[in-house]
Design a protein around this ligand. Structure first.
Ligand SMILES: [Fe+2]
Length: 240
């Protein structure tokens, strides 16, 4: 299967398990269960074709996003057990907020059309279990071998519309060369839960904020050059 643009209707990308989630029968987020991982929500072949399309069209428009561990987090530490880690990460992202080259290419391949399809919001609402705002934020990320995100909460207490939480939907599109990449998240105050987000075509729905991190992407033996995971990310505020 080759795609020249992304499915116009998000629902057309879904497998039977993805359809079940869309119909609202399967997954429901709560304070105790802040993450739903819908394995294989996008059909395997379609997910692979979407990944290839993103690599061909969006890879030249990515910018590095790198925040390393500050050396003074150790050198400047004066008391035992008082270490602090800011959000650290390494990955690449396409800047889609401004109408630049990345935006134009995303528009051309139908990324915004797919994300703004009524079925995408319906999917998010079915899993979130509550109505969501009409508008959404769209991001594209790409993890190469060794790329990761350190522990963080995605809490935005300074933003009045987001301070009481919001919903993120991540479409996970790994290449076949990825061995694994895990999303680790907190339950009952411990970072004890883990899913392999490198399983093809999975969709993760987050009821933010909560503590989570993404482990370094690992390639299959000898395939580092072609190992990568694309993530198409939609962010929804709750409806007013
Ligand atoms: Fe996050």
């Amino acid at each position: 299967m080759t795609l020249r643009r992304l499915p116009r209707d998000f629902a057309d990308s879904l497998s039977p398990s993805g359809r079940q989630a869309l119909e609202g029968n399967k997954h429901r987020l709560t304070a105790e269960t802040p993450l739903a991982w819908i394995a294989g929500a996008i059909g395997r072949e379609k997910a692979a074709a979407m990944e290839v399309l993103l690599e061909k069209t969006m890879a030249p428009h990515l910018s590095p996003l790198s925040d390393a561990i500050p050396p003074e987090s150790i050198a400047g530490q004066t008391r035992n057990y008082q270490e602090r880690l800011k959000k650290v990460a390494r990955l690449r992202t396409a800047y889609l907020e401004r109408r630049g080259k990345a935006w134009a290419e995303a528009e051309r391949i139908g990324l915004f059309a797919m994300m703004r399809a009524p079925s995408f919001r319906q999917f998010a609402e079915a899993v979130a279990g509550r109505p969501l705002d009409q508008k959404l934020g769209v991001q594209v990320l790409r993890y190469a071998p060794g790329d990761y995100q350190g522990p963080h909460t995605d809490h935005h207490p300074e933003d009045p519309r987001a301070k009481d939480g919001y919903i993120d939907v991540h479409l996970s599109l790994p290449s076949a060369a990825v061995a694994d990449q895990f999303l680790v998240y907190a339950r009952d105050g411990h970072l004890s839960e883990m899913v392999n987000v490198a399983a093809p075509g999975g969709i993760a729905v987050y009821r933010l904020p909560f503590w989570h991190y993404t482990t370094p992407l690992r390639a299959k033996r000898g395939q580092a050059a072609v190992a990568r995971r694309w993530v198409i990310l939609g962010t929804f505020l709750y409806a007013r």
